[in-house]
Write a protein that binds this ligand. Structure first.
Ligand SMILES: [Zn+2]
Length: 147
């Protein structure tokens, strides 16, 4: 039922997301595939839309380790090292956005509102700065963001 339409709309969402966060589309398509491995712990919804999701991912390097990601309107966090140490928009969070969009399309027939997610924009900026300044590993040393 409407699967093709849903795929097309999900693809369009990936294109928009790719511009927003500065990831290549091919990378987002890989992450969308990886999202299939996520275990959805909780979906937060109300007023006819999805506004948050909690996920669990098995670590790719260690069998006994799980990463927990929380994605919502006002922020996102994840327990993996890229997010906690590097303050990066890690692939678990991006996968969370893609899963939210897929659920929203399937259940409500509409896109999630990424304009509402202001935290995505700051991550997009960080991503662009990271491209301009390849010496990124050094900025972990001062113990975290200034604010
Ligand atoms: Zn993560």
């Amino acid at each position: 039922m409407g699967d093709k339409d849903g795929d097309t709309r999900l693809k369009e969402f990936l294109v928009i997301l790719s511009r927003r966060i500065g990831y290549r589309l091919s990378r987002l398509i890989d992450i969308a595939e990886y999202a299939g491995e996520a275990e959805v712990i909780e979906v937060k919804e109300g007023d006819g839309k999805i506004y948050g999701i909690r996920l669990r991912f098995k670590s790719e390097t260690r069998d006994d380790v799980f990463h927990y990601a929380l994605v919502g309107r006002y922020g996102a966090k994840c327990t993996c090292e890229a997010n906690t140490l590097g303050n990066e928009l890690c692939k678990h969070i991006v996968a969370g956005l893609i899963i939210m969009e897929a659920i929203s399309l399937g259940k409500y027939g509409k896109d999630i509102d990424i304009d509402e997610m202001k935290w995505l924009e700051s991550h997009g900026d960080a991503q662009r700065r990271g491209v301009q300044n390849p010496g990124t590993s050094s900025n972990i040393s001062d113990g975290g963001p200034p604010h």
